[in-house]
Design a binder for this molecule. Structure first.
Ligand SMILES: Nc1nc2c(ncn2[C@@H]2O[C@H](COP(=O)(O)OP(=O)(O)OP(=O)(O)O)[C@@H](O)[C@H]2O)c(=O)[nH]1
Length: 426
């Protein structure tokens, strides 16, 4: 996935999830409202029945009183309708045992019927002009007792319906509040995850970009580090950038090493050139003095090279130089350094070698060259000057001593090896 897609995905996902949460919340809110509406309807019906029972009961009480006071027997029988209605209502209330306890309903039914039976009996007795209340004291007391109980049960029933309704609404609201709290929690959690993912993404992108910028800067400032390549495990824009930056580094490394090689190599002989020989000698002198090791240099110069050029031409001269270089390479150790010091002058730097061994090597070189067939130029000889590193030596010092020996070799008739023994004999 590309960085662009990742960046787009974060707000898109957030939007989708938040929209989902809002829609879910709205749905729950609507459902909750519907549930409360349903509850209200159910409970209010019960409350109406309860109120009606209270009203009917009061009417029965009043009816009995009126009948007795007016001496109208028919009025007593009128209460039967109210009684039937109350019992029907009680049956309807009993159909909701989850709201009204069946024990309370049974108690109400029992006490109301007790009241009605006793009140009816009392009313009929009193209507017979038997108005001596003291003789009916027990019955009056029973009527009062059941009247109070019935009223109390009816009120209690009404209260119970109200309480249950409040509880049901509270429960429903509590569920909604819980959902709201969960929704808010999830939204905050998601927000934190989004922020953390975006921060991580930004930081890792920034880190990778910084890496690329640093490497580009180093490259532009001429300090390339070709030993390692940038890594990016993802196939995103940064991955492509790093991939092509690494490709560019490969090309640059290749060109750089090519240029480096050219800058230190002599084109004709493919040996190290003067600049590189100079540097190498300086480094070796430092190393040998630090490690307290022996360092020997040999200067080799082709004899009468000018006359080869003059007689056979420069191309033949060049051929001789190439052949000469090959012999130097083949007759020395891998750790020996060979460079073209000037026109037909060469330097061999031999680290960790005794002077005797170096002299033997120079002699072997001299005889090999002498015996070699240089083609058109025929036989060619060379002269050698040898010097070795001494304490506090400088590049100029060791070169000068080797040069003096070479000069001596030329003076003494060429095709020979002259060694600078001065420091040993001193
Ligand atoms: N063909 C060819 N000749 C070169 C090259 N570089 C230098 N020379 C020639 O090498 C010759 C060196 O001549 P001199 O310095 O007089 O030395 P020499 O003739 O070898 O004499 P001695 O060193 O005294 O034996 C000059 O003629 C240069 O022109 C080269 O790359 N190719």
């Amino acid at each position: 996935m590309t960085i662009f897609q990742k960046m787009l995905m974060t707000p898109f996902l957030s939007l989708t999830i938040y929209t989902g949460l809002i829609l879910f919340g709205l749905q729950e809110y609507t459902d909750n409202n519907k549930e409360i509406e349903g509850l209200s309807e159910k409970y209010l019906t019960l409350l109406d029945l309860s109120n009606e029972n209270l009203r009917l009961f009061k009417q029965i009480v009043v009816q009995f009183k009126d009948a007795v006071l007016a001496g109208e027997r028919d009025w007593v029988t009128n209460t039967n309708e109210f009684k039937i209605q109350i019992n029907t209502n009680i049956d309807r209330l009993a159909a909701s045992p989850e709201i009204l306890e069946s024990a309370l309903i049974s108690q109400l039914r029992h006490d109301f019927n007790q009241y009605y039976t006793n009140a009816l009996t009392l009313s009929l007795v009193l209507l017979k002009n038997d108005r001596e209340f003291s003789t009916h004291e027990k019955l009056i007391h029973t009527v009062e007792q059941y009247s109070n109980l019935t009223t109390s049960h009816l009120k209690h029933q009404k209260e119970q319906i109200k309480i249950r309704l409040t509880q049901a609404i509270e429960h429903s609201n509590h569920k909604l509040n819980q959902l709201l709290a969960w929704g808010t929690g999830i939204a905050i959690l998601l927000l934190l995850i989004m922020v953390s993912v975006t921060t991580q993404l930004s930081l890792s992108t920034k880190r990778s970009f910084t890496q690329v910028i640093d490497r580009m800067k180093a490259l532009a400032e001429g300090n390339p580090d070709f030993s390692r390549r940038l890594q990016h495990p993802h196939n995103d824009e940064l991955g492509y950038l790093i991939h092509w930056f690494n490709k560019l580094s490969d090309t640059l490394e290749h060109d750089y090493s090519k240029i480096q090689k050219i800058s230190i190599t002599d084109k004709l002989t493919q040996l190290s050139n003067r600049t590189h020989s100079d540097e190498f000698l300086r480094r070796q002198l430092t190393d040998s003095s630090e490690n307290n090791s022996q360092l020997v240099i040999i200067i080799a110069d082709i004899d009468h090279f000018k006359s080869i050029n003059d007689r056979y031409g420069h191309l033949t001269g060049d051929h001789v130089l190439r052949e000469f270089s090959m012999i130097l390479k083949h007759c020395t150790r891998v750790q020996d350094f060979i460079g073209r010091w000037g026109g037909e002058e060469f330097i061999i730097v031999m680290p960790d070698v005794g002077l005797d061994q170096a002299i033997k090597n120079a002699e072997r070189l001299r005889t090999t060259i002498e015996q070699h067939d240089f083609g058109e130029a025929g036989q060619v000889t060379a002269s050698f000057g040898i010097s070795f590193g001494i304490e506090g030596d400088t590049q100029e010092g060791i070169m000068k001593r080797a040069d003096l020996c070479l000069y001596k070799a030329k003076q003494q008739g060429r095709n020979q090896v002259v060694v600078d023994y001065r420091k040993i004999t001193d």
